[in-house]
Design a binder for this molecule. Structure first.
Ligand code: ADP
Ligand code: ADP
Ligand code: ZN
Length: 216
């Protein structure tokens, strides 16, 4: 299955993608995670991406589109994938559909996680992420078993550099102007499935699976 998880920053895309990709047995491809890994490893891509990410801006399409196209050509993505955080602009959306068309493949669905702004602010304020595997936690909504330690890999939990109040505001503004138009774009293609992202994590998972018509 080829699925896109679309939604504002802090909607729970990463949290859901980690669970859903296992159920679907497809790789979880997160552009955010790819950029963060490159920043940690101080690669050329990381150094370039960091300038934008820490300010709450999008990494330019010229960089992002090629990166994802190459990733989708890797062997593990042959039977499908779950895209988390890509596409984020109309150009990225068009590039993805063109890329699929050229290899005679189709997207199965775009799941839109709908969460209002007030809730997004609370989620990003309390977010902690694993510095080694990228898993997301929340101080009150989804706390780790042990303070500051990742349940999955025992990595150290940190606050994201772009979860500052200023960067969060900028990301929400960028989301409204650059990413939100994709909701309508995919609606017109008949691919959009809306899911209420304000429910508890496991309820959202159930609703996403139902939207994908997956029975577990
Ligand atoms: P995104 O990848 O869309 O930015 P995350 O998956 O990182 O979002 O989630 C943002 C924050 O909200 C994290 O702190 C996460 O633990 C928390 N969170 C995710 N889903 C829910 C939910 N359904 N209810 C409450 N908090 C949630
Ligand atoms: P969020 O939790 O805000 O949804 P991600 O972890 O998915 O964020 O991404 C972190 C940052 O990486 C974004 O704020 C953006 O700067 C950059 N980024 C991620 N995906 C893309 C993309 N598809 N296009 C451009 N920039 C991206
Ligand atoms: Zn971890």
């Amino acid at each position: 299955m080829r699925v896109v998880l679309l939604g504002p920053p802090g909607a729970g895309k990463g949290t859901q993608a980690k669970i859903i990709s296992k159920v679907l047995s497809v790789p979880h491809i997160s552009t955010g995670d790819i950029f963060m890994k490159n920043i940690r490893e101080e690669t050329e891509l990381g150094i370039k991406a960091k300038e934008y990410i820490h300010k709450g801006l999008l990494v330019p399409d010229e960089v992002t589109i090629g990166l994802v196209e190459n990733r989708l050509e890797e062997e593990d993505a042959g039977e499908g994938y779950l895209l988390d955080g890509f596409p984020r602009t109309l150009s990225q959306g068009e590039a993805l559909l063109k890329h699929l068309e050229s290899s005679h493949k189709m997207l199965d669905a775009v799941v839109f996680l709908d969460v209002p702004h007030e809730e997004l602010l609370l989620r990003m304020e309390g977010r902690r992420v694993c510095s080694s595997c990228g898993a997301s936690y929340h101080l009150t909504f989804n706390p780790p078993r042990e303070m500051e330690v990742c349940d999955l890999c025992s990595g150290h939990l940190i606050i994201r550099k772009d979860d500052t109040e200023e960067a969060v505001k900028e990301r929400l503004r960028v989301y409204e102007s650059e990413t939100k138009p994709l909701v309508h774009f995919f609606e017109l293609k008949g691919l959009l499935r809306r899911v209420d992202g304000t429910k508890e994590i496991d309820e959202v998972t159930e609703d996403v699976l139902e939207a994908l018509q997956i029975k577990v």
